[in-house]
Design a protein around this ligand. Structure first.
Ligand SMILES: [Zn+2]
Length: 411
């Protein structure tokens, strides 16, 4: 999946907050290069780094006021959350990581049970074949064994699926049905907030670095994304609009503080990523087309899993932010809009959300991870298929031998 990204600064010259100690090394060193939205901001960061702590607050307040003017010019007053996601129609729920992990475990147990049942059947068939190989008689039994072997083989070999539609064809199909991706993103924005995207916000098809699905620059007036697959672009644009909306919330700190300053900056960045993703999820809940909904997808479990299992997070806080989105989603009973409001109600992360993240980490630690589960299922499956192929070999060898000896006997 493409990286959804708003330019995120490096941690800067200041000590990381206490909770950053657990973070992978790469967390602290998001590339400054190419991630800064404008030369002016880069200069601000450079100045801040040079002048040290004494000068920070002066830079901070002028920086903050110029940026808030910039923001207000586009999005209006900061005094009220004008673009908050509204409550979804009842019944539209999003699956949480824990829920999908438990479901995957159930599926895994059921599948492994099923495969082990088939494996016992092949053991019995193998014994029968061995007996026949010794006795060299019983041709009728052979054909029954052959039928059984074929039956198991058919179960293990999935029927050839319908030809896959290419992603380009799929994108063309979505565009024909829903209009161009920017218009459709605007429509979903309208449905979830009840407001139009401000007309001064522009959407630019940019050739971003391949690891960046999108970004929002010049203080949320320009949403940049690399035009490509429709569903991925839709996801990116809604996520970036989520950043824009979050910037206008009273509780947001990250966007107003020059990069790398302030002990709460990292938490603020996490909350902003968390909010942006929950906004995406809330907006995506209004997608009616089931295929497009499936293609845009729920919260990215793979990235959450990566974060929880300690894989290096090279995603500028997205993996960690997504884990947090998932925790708020669980707190809000699966309602993405309610989760958004919960996550944006405070400048600090809800301890209950952190507890959920820790519990999820523990769930992965004490059980198999989704990746391990699917690897084991695949291994068990292909092992069994080999066994069945070997059985089929042996029965046809047996058939040939018996046909020969029958021919000999007939002479
Ligand atoms: Zn983001």
């Amino acid at each position: 999946m493409s990286t959804l990204s708003r330019p995120i600064p490096s941690a800067g010259p200041f000590p990381a907050p206490a909770e950053q100690r657990d973070a992978p090394a790469s967390e602290a060193s998001a590339p400054l290069e190419a991630s800064l939205p404008s030369r002016g901001i880069r200069r601000t960061a450079a100045i801040a780094a040079l002048v040290g702590v004494a000068g920070i607050f002066g830079v901070d307040s002028s920086y903050r006021s110029s940026r808030s003017q910039e923001y207000e010019a586009t999005w209006g007053s900061l005094s009220m959350p004008a673009f908050t996601p509204q409550d979804l129609t009842p019944g539209v729920m999003s699956k949480t990581f824990a829920q999908s992990l438990l479901e995957q475990r159930e599926r895994y147990a059921a599948r492994m049970d099923f495969l082990s049942g088939l494996s016992q059947e092949t053991d019995r068939l193998s014994e029968k074949i061995s007996a026949l190989e010794k006795n060299r008689s019983g041709i009728h039994e052979i054909s029954a064994i052959q039928q059984e072997t074929d039956r198991i083989r058919t179960i293990l070999r999935p029927a050839s699926s319908a030809p896959l539609i290419s992603s380009a064809e799929l994108s063309a199909q979505f565009e024909a049905t829903h209009g161009d991706v920017v218009s459709y993103a605007k429509e979903l924005f309208h449905r979830v907030t009840g407001k139009q995207v401000p007309s001064s916000v522009v959407f630019t098809d940019s050739q971003l670095r391949t690891d960046r699905g999108g970004e929002i620059e010049n203080f949320s007036q320009n949403v940049r994304y690399t035009k490509g697959e429709y569903a991925a672009n839709l996801r990116t644009i809604l996520h970036e609009l989520g950043h824009a909306v979050y910037l206008g919330s009273e509780t947001n700190e990250s966007g107003w503080v020059p990069f790398g300053l302030g002990a709460s900056t990292r938490n603020s960045m996490l909350l902003e990523e968390c909010a942006a993703e929950l906004f995406y999820l809330a907006a995506a809940s209004y997608i009616e087309d089931p295929l497009l909904r499936k293609e845009t997808g729920p919260l990215d479990s793979e990235r959450i899993q990566d974060w929880l299992t300690g894989a290096p997070d090279t995603s500028h806080h997205h993996n960690e932010g997504f884990s947090l989105s998932d925790a708020y989603l669980e707190l809000a009973g699966g309602n993405a809009s309610a989760a958004y409001r919960m996550a944006t109600a405070s400048t600090s992360i809800d301890p209950r959300a952190l507890a959920i993240v820790e519990r999820n980490r523990e769930m992965l630690r004490t059980g198999l991870s989704p990746t391990e589960m699917s690897e084991r299922m695949l291994a068990a499956h292909s092992q069994l298929l080999k066994t069945v192929d070997a059985l089929a070999e042996r029965t046809s060898a047996l058939t040939r031998t018996q046909a020969l000896s029958k021919a000999d006997g007939d002479k």
